[in-house]
Design a protein around this ligand. Structure first.
Ligand code: ZN
Ligand code: ZN
Ligand code: ZN
Length: 298
């Protein structure tokens, strides 16, 4: 369900959110003298999550990437971001989320502290309890997100830092392996303790880490393909793989488009431009050859 859009970023609310809201209200009902405070607490929690996700999305945009969807669901939020394939752009897109929580520490803690008369832990009435719990939630979210377990922000920050040293594929391989190990342990412990929410989250993290691991393995395969050294993409400068990896639209068969200069050997269809498997840009065969000779002429 779409709730609103800001600067072209669409914010969606997953329907299961309402179910969890109901249980959360029941759980927190006794803390306050009126259920409205429990509702305000839950809504503020999601406001903080939303600001965190906007941190990711706006930073990704700033780095030149794509970000147009934020999904809020019971376990938190997800900003669907596609930063450019550079470690710095990835790092900034990820760091900007937790940075929002860091910025929120001072005002939320100060409000709770001042209202409750300079004592932390003891609260004065509904508003005091509300301010206290919001400050705690913000810090808890920050600490949890910074755990170095892929796909949490901390795990992705670790991956971006490793990327500077060992490249995109090996960094993803290491970060996702740590993620698989940690979330598997987390899943076993939380199942053992019958903590349902923690089990669901650990299960989700395990699934995402395995997906990251698969992507890293696919990336290794891709990097190990033989390359056409005499041709390069005019858009991104990468050497195209020397394999029959292009599909002919006319006959549906696969062929090596660079080797044949755009001519399908199966049906003789001729293509004016060769699409780059790395960046997607279409360029005429001659430009692929020129770019390999003069790599600066982009
Ligand atoms: Zn985040
Ligand atoms: Zn390219
Ligand atoms: Zn063909």
């Amino acid at each position: 369900m779409k709730i609103f859009a800001f600067r072209g970023i669409n914010v969606y609310l997953h329907w299961t959110w309402a179910i969890i809201a109901y249980f959360q209200l029941k759980l927190r009902y006794d803390t306050y003298s009126h259920v409205g405070w429990a509702a305000a607490e839950y809504l503020t929690l999601f406001l903080i999550v939303l600001l965190h996700e906007f941190g990711h999305a706006l930073a990704c945009r700033q780095a030149g990437g794509r970000a147009d969807t934020i999904m809020l669901w019971p376990l938190g939020g997800v900003a669907f971001v596609q930063p450019p394939p550079r470690p710095g752009a990835h790092l900034w897109s990820i760091v900007a989320g937790p940075l929002v929580n860091v910025i929120l520490i001072a005002p939320t803690v100060a409000a709770a502290w001042l209202y409750n008369g300079g004592v932390f832990g003891e609260t004065r009435g509904n508003l005091g309890e509300f301010l206290f719990i919001i400050a705690v939630i913000n810090i808890a979210l920050l600490v949890f997100n910074l755990l170095p377990v892929y796909p949490l922000d901390g795990g992705q920050i670790l991956r971006s830092i490793l990327w500077f040293m060992i490249g995109p594929t090996n960094s993803l391989l290491i970060a996702s392996m740590i993620g698989v190990a940690a979330s598997a342990v987390g899943l076993l412990i939380s199942l053992r303790l019958a903590m349902i929410w923690l089990s669901v989250m650990a299960g989700f993290a395990l699934w995402q880490s395995l997906a990251g691991f698969q992507r890293a393995r696919a990336g290794m395969k891709w990097e190990n393909l033989p390359r056409h050294r005499h041709a390069a993409c005019p858009g991104c400068g990468s050497h195209p793989p020397a394999v029959p990896g292009w599909r002919c639209d006319a006959c549906g068969q696969q062929f090596d488009m660079v080797a044949t200069a755009g001519a399908c050997p199966h049906c003789q269809a001729q293509y004016e431009a060769i699409p780059c498997p790395e960046c997607g840009r279409h360029s005429p065969p001659m430009d692929w050859l020129r770019a390999a000779v003069m790599p600066t002429a982009r």
